[in-house]
Design a binder for this molecule. Structure first.
Ligand SMILES: C[S@@+](CC[C@H](N)C(=O)[O-])C[C@H]1O[C@@H](n2cnc3c(N)ncnc32)[C@H](O)[C@@H]1O
Length: 254
C-alpha cells in the first residue's frame, strides 16, 4: 500500500529551527514590532497555532511566556521539543499534536499566535482563533508576493496554463485584515520584505521538489524534475531562493 503523503512531517526534516539565521531575523522583527506596540510576553499564557519547529514558541518562552505549542506534525513537534530541551525552556512549553479543527480549547489564552500556518485556512478556523484569545491575537501571513522561481518552474513544467493546481496555503495577511474589518475588530499591521536561500544536495532537492509538487496534487515526472534541478545546480548544490513579503496583524480583545 502507498504510504500516506505527509507534507509537513517530510518538511520537518529540512524546516529551519528557531536559531537558524534566516528564521530568527523574521521572528525577531515580529517580536520587536509587537513589543513596540506594548505587548509583553513575560508570564503570559500563549497559544502558538501551527508552531512548527518552535520558531516563535522558543523565543517567546525565553521571554518568560508559558507556551502551548500545537501542531499537526509529529516531526515538527519532535524538533521543537529537542530544541526546547537544549535551550532550557522545556518547562515553559507544552506541546500538543493535533489538527487545529480538533484542538480542544479548554480555556482562553492571554495571547494567541498563528504564523505562516495552513492551520488557519478558512473563516471557521479564523473564528476559532479569535475565540481562543483573552487579550491579544497575532497573525503572520504572506503579504503581496512570494517568489520561488524553482517551485514556479517545477509547477509550470508539469501543468498547462489552463490547469489550476490545488493550494493548501494559509490565509494571506490582506484576507485576514478583511475578516477583522468585517467583524469591526480594530487592529494594527505592518508588512515587511524577507528572503532566504536553501541549499540542497541533488537527492535532497529531488525530495524537496517531489514534496512541493505532491502538495499541489501534481504527480512528479522524474525527467522533468531532474532537468530543472540540473539548471539550478551550482557547485554541486541546488539553490532555492525565495523572496517574499510577510504581514503582521495585531489585535486586542475588547
Ligand atoms: C510553515 S510552518 C510554520 C511554522 C511556524 N509557525 C513558523 O512561523 O515558522 C506551518 C506549520 O503549520 C502546521 N500545520 C499545517 N496544517 C495544520 C493544521 N491543520 N493544524 C495544525 N497545524 C498545522 C505544519 O505542520 C507546520 O508545522
Amino acid at each position: 500500500m502507498e504510504p500516506t503523503f505527509n507534507f509537513w512531517d517530510n518538511m520537518a526534516k529540512r524546516y529551519p529551527r528557531f536559531n537558524d539565521a534566516s528564521m530568527s531575523k523574521d521572528v525577531n522583527y515580529i517580536i520587536n514590532w509587537c513589543q513596540k506596540k506594548n505587548v509583553s510576553f513575560d508570564k503570559m499564557s500563549v497559544l502558538d497555532i501551527g508552531a512548527g519547529t518552535g520558531a516563535m514558541a522558543i523565543p517567546l518562552a525565553l521571554k518568560g511566556a508559558n507556551v502551548t505549542a500545537m501542531d499537526i506534525s509529529e516531526g515538527m513537534l519532535a524538533a521543537l521539543n529537542e530544541d526546547a530541551n537544549e535551550t532550557g525552556v522545556k518547562q515553559h512549553i507544552h506541546t500538543h499534536q493535533s489538527d487545529w479543527d480538533s484542538f480542544p480549547l479548554e480555556g482562553k489564552y492571554d495571547i494567541v499566535i498563528a504564523s505562516m500556518t495552513p492551520a488557519i485556512s478558512d473563516l471557521q478556523k479564523v473564528e476559532k482563533m479569535l475565540g481562543a484569545s483573552k487579550n491579544i491575537g497575532i497573525y503572520v501571513g504572506w503579504g503581496k508576493y512570494r517568489i520561488n522561481k524553482l517551485v514556479e518552474a517545477l509547477v509550470k513544467a508539469h501543468t498547462t496554463a489552463e490547469e489550476d493546481c490545488a493550494s493548501a496555503g494559509c490565509i494571506k495577511a490582506e484576507k485576514f485584515i478583511e475578516i477583522l474589518k468585517e467583524k469591526h475588530i480594530p487592529f494594527e499591521t505592518e508588512f515587511f520584505p524577507t528572503s532566504w536561500k536553501e541549499e540542497y544536495t541533488f537527492e535532497e532537492a529531488k525530495e524537496y521538489a517531489y514534496d512541493q509538487l505532491k502538495r499541489k496534487e501534481i504527480t512528479p515526472n522524474e525527467e522533468i524534475v531532474e532537468s530543472i534541478l540540473v539548471a539550478n545546480t551550482f557547485n554541486d548544490k541546488v539553490i532555492v531562493q525565495t523572496e517574499a513579503e510577510k504581514g503582521i496583524i495585531l489585535w486586542r480583545v475588547a
